[in-house]
Design a protein. Sequence first.
Length: 275
Amino acid sequence: MNTETDTYQMRLQRLGHGRWRVPAGEEWRNPSGGLWGGYAIGLCTRAIQAEPERVGEVLSLTLTYAAALPAGKLDVRTRRIRQGGSVGVWEVELRPQGSEEVGVHAIVTTARRPDTPPFAFTTMPEAPDPESLPAPEMPHARQHFGSTMLERRSLDGFPPRPSAGSRSLAWVRSRREPLDKALLGMITDNSPPRAMYAFGMGVSTTTLSLTVYLHATDEEVAEVGNDYVLIEYEGRVGGGGASDERSSYWRRDGKLLATSEQLVWYRRVPLKSPE
């Protein structure tokens, strides 16, 4: 068996039952060398969406980042843990090609979305139109962090500076493909770590775990098209090397599309003086 699905430069090649391979391009690397964490979110989503036994939509993902994944060919393993009448649970593992060491492990929940009465206890924060904000001028950034795919317009500027609070607002949109759940999941790992709002750029950070809740249906996400999504992001506490972060993702008309929770490992690093 040898079929191929090509989206977002994620060319998923099916090798057999629960086995896939994908070439991860250099453009998805962090400056430190490993693949951007958002790429793993999108890839896990895409792998489950491609599973012929999947029932329903991707509803949530919890990823554990065990080790950095290199650019190049990756092996993807998927396994259905359980399928009920409405809810299914899947496991995804991402590894360098030929390796038995897991780089990223994910538990993905899928669900048939019934027609139930909606309710909401939260509202979209006020923010200026994204078109009124300047586009960031970072010539080298387009080579990393998926910035060839995403455009970001922040209300707070970049880079982050130490301040009394961690809350930030930013508009993000796709530069290429219309928004879908894989790309929305990638956007949930597109904001600066909150430790930078405490210490500035003199920190090194790594995501330990990240959970994404995709509240909107496939159709509600698709209605965004290539428009902007508003990100509301904040942290609560940090210490002993770990800090928490949470975020919300809003459609321009006020529809809450997704939320996320993240645990980040951080440490102080000395800044190099310019020579």
